[in-house]
Design a protein around this ligand. Structure first.
Ligand code: 5AD
Ligand code: SF4
Length: 470
């Protein structure tokens, strides 16, 4: 696919003006009381980062945030289209807002994100959910203040898709959800067109953010005290190819890693076809980079990988893994797998099982194939019944449970540096995570949340570790 060079531009003044206008409208409507927004995010981390941008714009428009839709003036669901199940949840949850809108007709209910970029979904919302006042797809996020203003002043339903005028705007106000976990998008979109995947259709072509802007943002969040920073993109390994001055992802990662501070640096997601030895060397030598590689392989069968249009085979995948294990001490590997791709046989599936046995992943994100309208795989013959696919899926979970338990037991007695993340409601214990992304539960006080601690691993329970502060 031809590379599209998209130059970053400043967020247009006009959008900043719209934020001011929204603030004025809400001030009058609420008679000086702070308006509240309820934002619910479905799907991947890219969506979480998009919601943080939307929250930044809402904050600048005078809004504060609430955890319940009941007292909100503005309700927004940022949706995910990657599997049917995610879409069904959105439809169910939107339906449940009908009564709220009846009780409080002044609420503005909005939907955005990947689902809304699909015409058939936007039409269904338009026809079946008349109380939804604003709908915009991922490409229209850069115009959000203008769209929201229009629906507030005109009182008419605003539906917008596919309008990104092929530009990448910078300078959005961002309101981060956490105090110590930070998401940093480095690129948007995807050019890979894996045959099962809707993402290239709803998020458009690959656009890399400017290197200096990313470095500036990284420096800022490190200085603000963020401890766990994740660089985001659908395929971070192809970062920088479309920039005027091309730069590799390995170079970018290494430049961020050289910044002073006490933090972990991660990235998501890597595509095996572009995962370079240079990148693995940077991870191996990094001062802050987590010894963790999330490298989705999707299927262990070459026949299925070809049908998925993945551009690597089992051997190439295992070669990268071998190199990475050799170079990176204590490497933790995770992956995504699809079970029941059209035409997959039990023999193909067994190749997936043998691959996970060979690699010994720390954990897996496993999915049953879900046909997505408009993708090539949705047109392929899919003769295996759902009940059969579910059996394979369960077999995969059982094998991985064994592997994870073995990996976790081998860590008992070791000392691990962990980041304390939260308190477990039920037991009052602390939840922490290792640099390899393994959960550790330990006794301790809530004021440790957001700090790094050294912990002795005392027990392993399946894929969760128990530990004690040292
Ligand atoms: N069905 C099932 N899983 C899917 N994924 C993407 N598209 C589909 C689909 N149509 C999974 C892939 C990807 C992860 C984010 O979601 O494993 O890596
Ligand atoms: Fe989807 Fe493949 Fe792009 Fe990942 S690399 S977003 S699976 S098309």
């Amino acid at each position: 696919m031809a590379a599209t060079v998209i130059k970053a531009e400043k967020l247009p003044e006009i959008q900043l003006e719209y934020m001011k206008l929204i603030a004025e409208i809400m001030e009058i409507r609420k008679r000086g009381e702070t308006p509240l927004a309820y934002i619910r995010t479905y799907g991947c981390q890219q969506n979480v980062a998009d919601s943080e941008k939307i929250k930044g714009m809402l904050k600048q428009s005078g809004f504060d945030f609430t955890d319940t839709p009941d007292d909100a003036d503005f309700i927004l669901f940022n949706t995910c289209a990657v599997r049917e199940h995610a879409e069904d949840r959105v439809f169910g949850n939107v339906g449940a807002l009908k009564n709220l809108k009846r009780k409080h007709p002044q609420i503005l209910i909005a939907l955005c994100g990947c689902m809304m970029e699909q015409e058939h979904i936007a039409n269904r919302i338009y026809n079946s959910f008349p109380f939804v006042g604003l709908v915009f797809g991922t490409h229209s996020l850069q115009h959000f203040p203008e769209l929201m203003y229009n629906s507030l002043v005109n009182g008419k339903r605003v539906f917008e898709r596919g309008n990104d005028d092929n530009k990448l705007y910078e300078g959005f106000p961002v309101r981060r959800d956490g105090d110590f976990k930070g998401w940093l998008p480095i690129m948007y979109g995807c050019n890979n067109f894996c045959t099962y995947c809707i993402v290239p259709y709803v998020r458009g072509r690959e656009r890399s953010r400017d290197r200096d802007i990313i470095l500036g943002e990284a420096r800022q969040i490190i200085e603000q005290g963020y401890k766990d920073i994740t660089l985001l993109g659908q395929n971070v390994n192809s970062y920088g190819k479309t920039l005027e001055q091309p730069v590799s992802f390995a170079q970018l990662l290494s430049e961020i890693d050289s910044m002073d501070g006490d933090y972990w640096l991660r990235f998501m997601t890597s595509h095996p076809k572009d995962c370079s030895k240079e990148l693995i060397d940077v991870i191996a030598n990094g001062a802050h980079i987590s010894k963790h590689l999330h490298l989705p392989f999707q299927s262990g069968s070459d026949r299925i990988l070809k049908a998925m249009n993945r551009h690597y085979d089992r051997k190439k995948y295992l070669d990268i893994i071998r190199y990475a294990k050799e170079k990176i001490d204590g490497l933790s590997l995770t992956s995504d797998i699809i079970v029941g791709f059209p035409g997959e046989t039990y023999e193909d599936f067994k190749e997936t099982l043998s691959l996970i046995r060979e690699v010994e992943f720390t954990s897996l994100f496993t999915f049953i194939y879900s046909p997505r309208k408009g993708t090539p795989a949705a047109e392929m013959d899919d003769p295996i019944p759902a009940a059969e696919k579910s059996k394979w899926f369960q077999e995969l979970l059982d094998v991985q449970e064994e592997i994870a338990a073995k990996r976790c037991s081998s860590m008992v007695g070791q000392t691990e540096r962990v980041l304390i993340e939260s308190v477990k409601e039920k037991t009052g214990e602390l939840n922490a995570r290792t640099s390899g992304n393994i959960i550790v539960e330990l006794p301790g006080k809530a004021d440790l949340i957001g700090t790094f601690q050294n912990v002795k691993i005392t027990k392993a329970r399946n894929w969760i570790l128990k530990g004690e502060l040292i």
